[in-house]
Ligand binder design. Sequence first.
Ligand SMILES: Nc1ncnc2c1ncn2[C@@H]1O[C@H](COP(=O)(O)OP(=O)(O)OP(=O)(O)O)[C@@H](O)[C@H]1O
Ligand SMILES: [Mg+2]
Length: 492
Amino acid sequence: MTTFNSLGLSEPVLKALDFMGFEETTPIQEQTIPLGLEGKDVIGQAQTGTGKTAAFGIPMIEKIDKNVRSVQGLVIAPTRELAIQVAEEVNRLGKNKGVRALPIYGGSNMDRQIRALKDNHIVVATPGRLLDHIRRKTIKLQNVHTAVLDEADEMLNMGFIDDIRDILKSLPEERQTLLFSATMPKEIRDIATKLMKQPEEVKVKAKEMTVENIEQYYIEIPEKHKFDTLTRLMDIDAPALAIVFGRTKRRVDEVSDGLQARGFRAEGIHGDLTQGKRMSVLNKFKKGRIEILVATDVAARGLDISEVSHVYNFDIPQDPESYVHRIGRTGRAGRKGKSISFVTPREKAQLNLIEKLTKKEVERLSVPSSDEARRGQQQIAVEKLIETTGHQGLEKYQQSASELLEQYDASDLIAAALKMMTKERNEVPVRLSSVQPISVKGAQRNKGKGGGGKKPYRKDGKRPYNKHGNKSRNYKGKGNRSFQNKGRNNSK
Ligand SMILES: Nc1ncnc2c1ncn2[C@@H]1O[C@H](COP(=O)(O)OP(=O)(O)OP(=O)(O)O)[C@@H](O)[C@H]1O
Ligand SMILES: [Mg+2]
C-alpha cells in the first residue's frame, strides 16, 4: 500500500486528497506521480476507473505557481462532458492550494470563456474550441509548462492528429507532455511518441485490459429481438443506473423512445443534441432522475458516474477499444459492475476481436424469457418487502396484521402483498429501424467460440432461473464472405 504522503506532495494537496477520501494511491498514480513531479514526459496506460485523472492532475497542480495569473497547465480531452468532469476533479484536487481549472468547449459562450481565462491556472479543453481560441489569439499559452492529452488514442484516432500537433506547437518547447488512456494501440502510441520527448511508458501490469470487478456477458441474439430482450434484462437486473450504448444517433433516439414507452426513465445523449441538452440529460442521470442513459460512443470515454451498475451494448461497438471504454463506465474505483453485450449471429467475429484485445473471455448468457423477467420483477418486490421488515414504525401495522392472520392464510396474505407491489411488465410493441451488423475486415467467421456452454440468465449467483424456451437459435450466416471494415463511421 502506498500512501500519498510518501510521494512528497504538498500539505494543501494532501489535505484535498484526504477530503476527497483518497486513502492510498492506485497503481497508475503510484507509478506516474513521481515521474510527473520530476518533469518527465509520460505515456500512462491503465484500466478504466483507476484514477488516471488524479495521476496527471496531482503533479500538474503541484507545479503550478498560483501567484502567476496565467494558464500554466493544459489538458485536452475528446468531449465536452469529459472536459467539464476533468476540470471538476482538478478543481477539487487544487482547491486548498488555490489552483483553479477552467473547462472550455464548443457550444458555450466564447466571450465568457475569454474573460474567465484570466483567472485560471489550468485549462481543460476540447481540441476544436481550443484551436479557435489559439487562432483568435484569445488564449495565452506561453506559460504552459505541462500539457496532458486525456484519452490520447481517441483524439489521435478521430483524426485530430493535426489539431493536436497545432495545439502542441503553440506551447513552449520546454514543457512536459503527458498522455493517458485505458487503451493505447501501438500505431497510435507511435504517433504519440513523436509528439513527446523520450517519454517514459507506464503500463500498469494487469493480465486483462478490463477491470476484474466488471462481470462481462454477451447474448447472441437476432437484431429484431434485441429490444424486448433489453427490457427483460432490465426487469430482472433492476439496475441502479444503466448506460445503453447504441451505434448511431438514430438508434439512440429510437431505443430511448422505446424505453420510455415501456415506462423506464430513460433519455438519450449523442452529438446532435445541443450542449445545453447534453448537459441537462447527463445531470439528470447523475442525480438519478433518469435511470437509463442511452448513448452513442460520445459517452464511452472517461465519464465517471459511480452509481452506474450496468452497461448494455445494445449494438456491439465497431472498435474493440471502444468496448473497453464503454464497459468501463461501470465498475469504477473498485466498485462492482456488469456488462451485457448483444451480438447478432453475424457479429461473432467482432466479439472474438474484442476478447483478443482484452485477453478476457466474455461469458455467454441465454436470452431471458418473459417469465424470467416477470419473476425478476417479483423478486424486486420480495426484496423490498424483506427490507421493509427492518424499518421503524411497523408497530402501527401490527394490530391489522394480527387481525388479518386470524382470518386468512399467511401465505395468501403475503402473495397478495407481493402482487400489489410487483410492477406489471409493460410490453407495448416497439419497433426499431433496421441496422447493418458490424462487419470485420477479413474476419474469420467464428468457428465455435470456446468457453463451454451458456449460462442461464440469473439475477445473481444465488437464484438460478430455469431456462424457458427462447433458446438462441442456430442462425447461419450467408457463407464465408469476408466483410469490409467500413472504418469509423462518423456517427457519434
Ligand atoms: N486513490 C484513489 N482512491 C480512491 N478513489 C480514487 C482514487 N483515485 C481516483 N479515485 C476515484 O476513482 C474514480 C475514477 O477515476 P478516474 O475518472 O480518474 O478514472 P480513469 O482511470 O481516468 O478512468 P477512464 O479510463 O474511464 O477515464 C473517480 O471517481 C475518482 O475520484
Ligand atoms: Mg479518465
